[in-house]
Write a protein that binds this ligand. Structure first.
Ligand SMILES: [Zn+2]
Length: 437
């Protein structure tokens, strides 16, 4: 599947988090840029006029005047919830019990899981997302289907089967031992194959017994190179229920800490209502808080408070994600827009340079893949997205008055969606083109 190719357009990628609107040293911007791809990796990138002779060709993909950025990375998404999005529920637990736990049972059927895996990856690519960290259903086969489809497309994908042995319908529960065994089998079969990895995935403390939490901790200990993903501090009723289930715990975060599930490889979805002690532990352990704005608004869960986190510890790590299907849109552009509003409601600002950094290199750093993906730099895997700032009539009207890169990015995130994705390139192969979709 790996390819050789040449692409032309405006290029933007980041080297680090921009400190503000004027921090031009944080990124590379090339007005007339070239990306040469060989064997699925970026062999050269820079100014078109400087393209080395070895890479020159009359046969290239000309995406001028569009903007090419590294493929978006979605750090929290649920594979079996593509058909749960937009389900009418008032809050997290109602939404889970009424819709999600019903829908996820379908993924016990391998034929259904396989047909949905292709459609799931198609949706990601149509929205410019080239890497995701995904929750499967409780069924091992759901993750086999998803990672198999990702290998076939040479996509960089991380997924794990959820472990849950409590507070869920019987067909959706495993046991501490079967959850452990299935995760082990997934790791031996898929972890490190092509560009896919397996994540240790206890759904959340509310749906796991102490025995299952112990087994999850054992998996994390035995496979320190695997990402651990779970949910934390999303909803007040969830937090109260978890406190009853684990009465000895200092707080919600302490439960995961107790079982050895915190650390630089751990992604905690939501982290909305944590107290200072919990935030300090997040920071000390290097754990990542994953901000899922469309989900948090849709389910009325609360407002992610980045300033509060950073006031406790300036170095607490975070990521941004869709959380489909509690989240309401597959697009990282829509996600950045809602994230901006969530922070703005609390008097906090998130500059568009930071937003685009976060959806690319920032999220790559959150999942420890910043030396492979997240930049348009030679040696990086050739995953990128071509963005069109005038992709609908309203955007085209507004784009006429845009004069700076920051203005263009802010328009893209405020009004853009899948229509703004002109093309998505995976391992150097054009995997999605808007005009052919
Ligand atoms: Zn989630």
């Amino acid at each position: 599947m790996s390819a050789t190719g040449l692409f032309r357009g405006r290029l933007l990628w980041f080297d680090r988090e921009p400190e503000g609107a004027e921090d031009t040293a944080a990124f590379h911007y090339v007005e007339d840029g070239a990306i040469a791809v060989a064997d699925g990796r970026i062999a050269w990138s820079g100014d078109w006029s400087d393209l080395p002779e070895a890479f020159r060709s009359d046969d290239y993909s000309d995406y001028r005047p569009h903007l090419i950025v590294p493929g978006f990375i979605d750090c929290h998404i649920h594979f079996p919830q593509g058909q749960v999005v937009a389900s009418y529920a008032g809050s997290l637990l109602e939404w889970l019990n009424t819709y999600t736990f019903v829908e996820e049972q379908k993924y016990g059927d391998p034929t259904h899981a396989q047909s949905m895996a292709g459609r799931f990856l198609d949706m990601l690519l149509a929205h410019g997302t080239t890497t995701a960290v995904a929750y499967g259903s409780v069924h091992k086969g759901s993750v086999d289907a998803l990672l198999g489809a990702a290998v076939a497309r040479d996509m960089r994908m991380i997924a794990g089967k959820v472990m849950m042995d409590l507070n869920a319908p019987e067909p959706l529960t495993d046991t501490p031992q079967s959850g452990y065994d299935d995760t082990k089998a997934l790791i031996s079969e898929w972890h490190g194959k092509a560009r896919v990895e397996v994540a240790v995935t206890p759904r959340f403390a509310l749906t796991s017994t102490e025995a299952q939490m112990e087994m999850s901790g054992a998996l994390a200990r035995e496979h320190p190179d695997c990402i651990v993903q779970t949910h934390l501090s999303e909803n007040h009723r969830e937090i109260a229920t978890v406190a009853e289930l684990f009465p000895w715990s200092k707080d919600y975060t302490d439960i995961y800490d107790h079982y050895g599930l915190m650390g630089p490889k751990t992604l905690f979805g939501h982290c909305i209502h944590q107290g200072p002690r919990e935030i300090a532990r997040m920071s000390e352990s290097g754990s990542v808080a994953v901000f899922c704005p469309t989900s948090n608004l849709f389910l009325g869960s609360g407002l992610f408070d980045l300033d509060k986190m950073r006031s406790v510890s300036p170095h607490v790590r975070h990521a941004v994600a869709t959380d489909i299907g509690g989240g309401t849109n597959w697009s990282m552009l829509r996600t950045l827009d809602e994230g901006y509003k969530v922070l703005n409601l609390q008097g906090q600002r998130y500059h568009p340079l930071r937003s685009f950094y976060q959806a690319t290199l920032g999220n790559a750093q959150a999942i420890g893949m910043e030396t492979s993906i997240g930049k348009l730099k030679a040696g990086y895997e050739a995953d990128f997205v071509v963005l069109d700032v005038a992709s609908n009539p309203g955007m085209a009207l507004r784009a006429e008055t845009v004069s700076t890169l920051s203005e263009e990015l802010f328009l893209m995130q405020t009004m853009g969606d899948d229509r703004a994705v002109a093309a998505t390139i995976v391992s150097g192969v054009t995997a999605h083109r808007r005009d052919k979709a």
